[in-house]
Design a protein around this ligand. Structure first.
Ligand code: ATP
Length: 335
């Protein structure tokens, strides 16, 4: 870990407590972090490097028969910062290794199918980090608040979603669920900015004010989502999002930790190294062979150093929050 870091492991801190009171949560809080914005931004850059290496290993694993994948589900009301998080996460890793899907109003074709149909089709394949900008949770949020389906329909979906996610996890995908919670005041400010700033005006949707008017109903719908669908297999993380830098820091950490937990190593080749080297050498000129040997001699110490640094970073990441952190945090409450 660098100079500044988490004073408490954010994972348990961000888990919704069974008696979670959304109205009482301070959405400008920074649970687990008291080193401020600049330190957070530095930390995220450091984490980005680790994340990128972990992602490459995940990708390599997927290319060689591994079944593992990671799915980041990002939920939040308008202006909560979903888009920023998604861009940011993708910006830190090789875009080839990311499967991004934004879920809008279902198309005519999607409406002909079960609500999980489009979600299943968007799941990340082996080796990929899937990112959902909104998700199947819209089917128990907007569908409920806007009365798109009857109560008996949406209320049965929680158990169905839990089974669905259990199935995904059993198939080898780690599911990281993040809800970005912005305060009503901050949402107002961010929406007004869309009107005030010519470069943001394209984002304005008159319907956002109608959604905002249903604030309490949405809060209730979110609270019920946390109560019913934060499972051991796929727990929720409730992230205060009034400070964009904190939301970014927290999501980066959650994703990094999910990858660290996979304990990824480079895949073992299914062929013998010496045999393959001999075969290739037999096709090369003496000059080219000498060049290859020289390059290996130059490069290998550097590679070994990078590997050692990676191992160190992974070990440090596994100890996030230090002695007073590890697992002892109280769930959301964000005290
Ligand atoms: P965002 O606000 O996420 O940046 P946007 O305003 O650009 O997105 P879209 O991405 O086109 O709009 O669609 C998002 C809208 O789709 C949201 O209003 C969301 O509630 C709605 N939506 C998503 N899933 C569903 C669903 N299953 N049923 C009904 N509406 C849905």
């Amino acid at each position: 870990m660098g100079a500044a870091g988490w004073h408490q492991d954010p994972r348990p801190l961000l888990r919704p407590a069974p008696d979670l009171d959304l109205a009482a949560l301070d959405r400008g809080a920074t649970p687990g972090w008291d080193a401020g914005k600049d330190a957070a931004e530095e930390y995220v850059v450091e984490r980005g490097r680790l994340l990128s290496e972990l992602q490459e290993r995940l990708f390599a694993d997927g290319r060689t028969g591994g079944r593992r994948a990671v799915l980041l589900v990002v939920q939040g009301l308008d202006t909560a910062g979903k888009g920023g998080i998604v861009r940011h996460v993708i910006g830190m890793v090789d875009p080839q290794g990311v499967a991004l899907r934004a879920f809008g109003v279902p198309t005519a074709e999607e409406r002909r199918h079960h609500y999980l149909w489009r979600v299943r089709r968007a799941l990340p394949g082996p080796g990929l980090i899937g990112v959902f900008d909104r998700s199947h949770y819209e089917d128990v949020l907007v569908a409920r608040v806007e009365g798109l389906v009857k109560e008996w329909v949406w209320s049965r979906r929680y158990a169905e979603i839990n089974r669905f996610e259990r199935e995904i996890v059993d198939g080898g995908t780690t599911v990281v669920k993040v809800a970005l919670l912005v305060s009503r005041d901050e949402q107002g400010v961010r929406l007004m900015e869309r009107l005030d700033r010519p470069d943001k005006r394209w984002k304005w949707n008159p319907g956002d004010v109608d959604t905002r008017a249903k604030w309490d109903a949405y809060q209730q719908a979110y609270a019920d989502v946390f109560t019913h669908t934060s499972t051991d297999a796929a727990p929720w993380h409730v992230v205060p999002a009034d400070k964009k830098w904190y939301a970014r820091l927290a999501v980066t950490e959650l994703l990094t930790q999910a990858l660290v937990d996979l304990d990824l190593d480079w895949p073992r080749p299914s062929w013998r190294l010496e045999t393959q080297k001999h075969r290739l050498a037999a096709t090369m000129s003496a000059g080219a062979l000498a060049t290859a040997e020289r390059k290996a001699a130059e490069k290998l110490p550097e590679v070994a150093r990078a590997e050692a640094e990676f191992d160190e970073a992974v070990a440090a990441a596994a100890d996030v929050g230090g002695d007073d952190g590890g697992g002892s945090g109280r769930p959301a409450g964000w005290a």
